[in-house]
Design a protein around this ligand. Structure first.
Ligand code: DMJ
Length: 456
């Protein structure tokens, strides 16, 4: 019902725009997708299909067939186009077998390739989909590329290669750091000196070296780690290089970033050139699910330790929800100056319908069957209904610490792709998109396991 409500309002007031503005009842285009439209359509397709909202799925499919225009000219985020559009189209192709989704994914994939024309092969973050010109984000230090962006292409690009028969995509994803001396990004990343074994978030696409020593499992770093373990799973556990990189990275994170607060809450801090920032972003809350997923494989003592860590982090993220008045969590919460899993800055009190906490509930439920995860998920459903549902859709809120929050007038496309999908899967049988057969890309679009022969 929540999905139908979110979709119906988007379709009625904003079809073809990127997101619905549910208070003003119009569409939002934004500047992340380079002139592409319909981000909500593409992000919603597989969720509608999985939920058996047949009529709504057909509406979305028709829009893709008749109105989805790829001949656009504008500045796009390589990362966002990949995870939302390519991921959404690929997943829907695999679920339905409808060729239109495959051909659109391949066509769009081709348009992303010029971003990789850099001295190292590390792509830049922004690309003009018309001209193929690419550049780094203005806000990224010294023209750097972002770990979570160039590290979050692998799953989709392997499938593009598999489906097109063109190895170029797999090569781009696996040889992101091609330079005369270096064969691929993983080799470069294993050679480049890593402070304390940690991966900083900013890398120069020109020199292939770190530009700044900020490490985070939240924003700017997050899905790089996620794609390592998922690359291994998607390869049917053949891509041992990815597994080793994941294991080593997690070991360094455990050693240097995992902390316990005075009140006994486990959290993952951020690291700035050796100094810890005792903060977790909402985005970092996906890590409970990731660590639980990765924990299933390996020696028993390690499995147990990682399952405990995953459960503790998920519980801390749950605390960030329960300690607010709305029972929804803030954008970032801290463990300093007497605060414990609460936001201390006004600018971090908002909630924009993000999925990461329910994502971890879904993984922890599937992997432990502890009923508390369903209870926690149900609390989120109720909080969303109470505080985020408005007359014409769902909206983010500006302050989770008041029971009369102001709405931000935005129904994010990831709410339909991820938040509602993970909530639905939390209450489904385990064989609906079984973790044995599917990996979810970082936008919750399911991709089949063992579907590719391209090895890293
Ligand atoms: C999503 O677009 C993806 O999950 C991405 O990896 C980071 N966060 C947003 C939603 O919060």
């Amino acid at each position: 019902q929540m999905m139908k409500f979110a979709w119906d309002n988007y379709r009625q007031y904003a079809l073809g725009k990127n997101e619905l503005r549910p208070l003003s009842r119009n569409g939002h285009i934004g500047n992340m997708f380079g002139g592409l439209r319909g981000a909500t359509v593409i992000d919603a397709l597989d969720t509608l299909y999985i939920m058996e909202l047949e009529e709504e799925f057909q509406e979305a499919k028709q829009w893709v067939e008749k109105s989805f225009d790829l001949n656009v000219n504008g500045e796009a985020s390589l990362f966002e186009v990949n995870i939302r559009y390519i991921g959404g189209l690929l997943a829907t192709y695999y679920l339905t077998g409808d060729e239109v989704f495959k051909s659109k994914a391949l066509e769009l994939g081709e348009k992303l390739l010029p971003a990789f024309n850099t001295p190292t092969g590390i792509p830049r973050g922004v690309i003009n989909l018309g001209s193929g010109m690419s550049w780094s984000w203005g806000w990224a230090s010294a023209g750097s590329s972002i770990l979570a962006e160039f590290g979050t292409l692998h799953l989709e690009f392997l499938h593009l290669s598999e489906l097109s028969g063109n190895p170029v995509f797999a090569e781009k994803a696996t040889q992101l750091c091609l330079s005369p001396q270096v064969m691929n990004i993983r080799r470069v990343l294993s050679r480049v000196e890593k402070p304390q074994g940690l991966y900083p978030n900013f890398l120069s696409p020109v020199t292939g070296s770190w530009v700044q020593h900020h490490v985070s499992i939240g924003g700017l770093g997050d899905s790089f780690y996620e794609y390592l373990i998922k690359s291994w799973l998607m390869s049917d556990k053949k891509d041992s290089e990815a597994k080793k990189m994941y294991d080593d990275a997690l070991e360094a994170i455990e050693k240097h970033l995992v902390k316990k607060s005075a009140g006994g809450l486990t959290y993952i801090a951020e690291w700035r050139g050796g100094i810890l920032d005792h903060k977790m972003g909402h985005l970092a809350c996906f890590s409970g699910g990731m660590i639980a997923l990765g924990a299933q494989h390996g020696p028993e003592d390690r499995r147990q330790r990682h399952m405990e860590l995953a459960a503790e982090i998920t519980s801390t993220c749950h605390e960030s929800y329960t300690r607010s008045d709305t029972k929804l969590g803030p954008e970032a919460f801290r463990f300093d100056a007497g605060s414990e899993a609460t936001a201390t800055r006004l600018s971090e009190r908002y909630y924009i319908l993000r999925p990461e906490v329910v994502e971890s509930y879904m993984y922890l439920w599937r992997l432990t069957h502890d009923p508390k995860y369903r209870h926690w998920g149900w609390d989120v459903v109720q909080a969303l209904e109470k505080h985020c549902r408005v007359e014409s859709g769902f909206s983010g809120i500006r302050d989770v610490y008041t029971t009369t929050p102001t709405h931000d007038n935005m129904q994010q496309s990831f709410f339909l792709a991820e938040t509602l999908k993970y909530l639905y899967l939390l209450f489904c049988e385990d064989d609906v998109l079984s973790l044995e057969d599917w990996v979810f890309n970082t936008e919750a679009h399911p991709l089949p396991i063992n579907h590719t022969d391209f090895k890293a």
